[in-house]
Design a protein around this ligand. Structure first.
Ligand code: FES
Ligand SMILES: [Fe+2]
Length: 369
């Protein structure tokens, strides 16, 4: 798991001025709320007084209030009210918690969990077709899975599993003439990689919208890519106009659990009445993947090239892992072992950008490798 990327925190609609929302991401807890202007905020969840969980408190005006002794923190993370102080006393400057840059897109509240200045931050994937009239977005689906997020991303980057894991969908497979050569993996911005290959449907009369989709071998292709460690994009094209774009924005809850925010775009079957059927099929496919991924051993992707036997079709996964290595080299990888061993005695926070310019922070920053 890595700091310094954008992570989905909650559905935008669930973040209100009525009550805070608590979310665990990267093994740590965060609180989200909306101020009276409607601006969303994401703060570290741990109250720096004596460790209360802000996410279990209340929203009071523009602040979140700790449930333990009522200290209030505004969107900038600064404590504005300490009820146990006298009227002539003010909260000290040190009374602050980490607060993170936020963006709301595609119905999702994203937080930048890290301390990079704005111009150095990796982007959120830009779904350019999101508002286009000839594209339709399914309602946002959020679901939790019981495996490590890198296993999920690697599965999305894997063109060789479909014919075995998704037989009900017509077992889409790599074309024979593409199996023996390396997959042409291309960069996607400075923060990811992607590939697109033609594919074949051995049993095209079955499965995924087979009776509804006109297939045209000239256009039959699919591919995927990643942006950062946790944004996965899948492109599926069945004919000139029959196109799906699918986006998984993944929040690693911890090493064993992941929350996936699924945005599904389509360029055909535009009738809103078809939304449910299309999402049902997609969740059926997702379940086929889930059934495999919960059993993968080890839980986390091995960071050694000798502890698995990779073949050319694993090229996109190798490219993904090179990026992970690069981000680890920048010092962004969380030391989960150290975190696990010390967390009962130490409260940690992901460092926020303000830590670069001011000192006097109460919580330790999460251990990094
Ligand atoms: S622990 Fe939060 S106010 Fe005391
Ligand atoms: Fe799959």
């Amino acid at each position: 798991m890595y700091i310094n990327f954008w992570y989905p925190v909650a559905r935008s609609d669930d973040v209100t001025n009525d009550a805070p929302v608590r979310a665990r991401i990267l093994g740590l807890d965060f609180v989200a709320f909306r101020d009276t202007d409607g601006q969303a905020h994401v703060l570290s969840d741990t109250c720096i007084h004596r460790g209360g969980a802000l996410g279990h408190g209340k929203v009071q005006g523009d602040c979140v209030e700790c449930p333990y002794h009522g200290w209030q923190f505004n969107g900038a993370g600064h404590c504005t009210v300490i009820p146990s102080l006298g009227d002539d006393q003010h909260p000290p400057a040190r009374a602050k918690v980490d607060t993170y840059p936020v963006e709301e897109r595609y119905g999702i509240l994203f937080a930048f969990l890290g301390d990079l200045p704005e111009d150095e931050r990796p982007p959120i994937y830009d779904i350019t077709e999101f508002e286009e009239p000839d594209w339709r977005a399914n309602e946002l689906v959020v679901f939790d899975v019981d495996y490590y997020y890198e296993r999920s991303v690697e599965n999305g980057l894997d063109p060789a599993h479909n014919e075995f894991v998704h037989p009900k969908q017509g077992a889409p497979g790599m074309r024979q003439d593409f199996r023996s050569k390396p997959i042409d993996v291309q960069p996607m911005t400075d923060w990811g990689s992607k590939f697109i290959i033609p594919f074949v449907h051995e049993k095209a009369d079955q499965g995924l919208m087979s009776d509804k989709i006109h297939r045209d071998t000239e256009y039959l292709r699919g591919g995927s890519g990643h942006l950062g460690p946790n944004q996965l994009i899948t492109w599926l094209q069945f004919s000139k106009d029959n196109i799906f774009h699918q986006y998984f924005f993944e929040a690693p809850i911890d090493e064993f659990h992941t929350r996936i925010f699924f945005v599904n775009m389509r360029h055909f079957m535009m009738d809103p009445a078809m939304d449910k059927g299309i999402m049902d099929v997609n969740m059926e496919i997702a379940q086929e993947d889930i059934d495999i991924l919960v059993d993968l051993n080890p839980v986390r992707t091995p960071h050694s090239t000798t502890k698995e036997l990779l073949v050319p079709a694993d090229g996109p996964i190798v490219a993904y892992r090179k990026f992970l290595e690069d981000w680890q080299g920048r010092g962004w990888r969380i030391d989960v072992r150290e975190l696990r061993e010390t967390r009962t005695d130490v409260a940690y926070a992901i460092p926020c950008p303000e830590r670069r310019t001011t000192g006097n922070w109460i919580l330790d920053t999460v251990p990094l490798m």
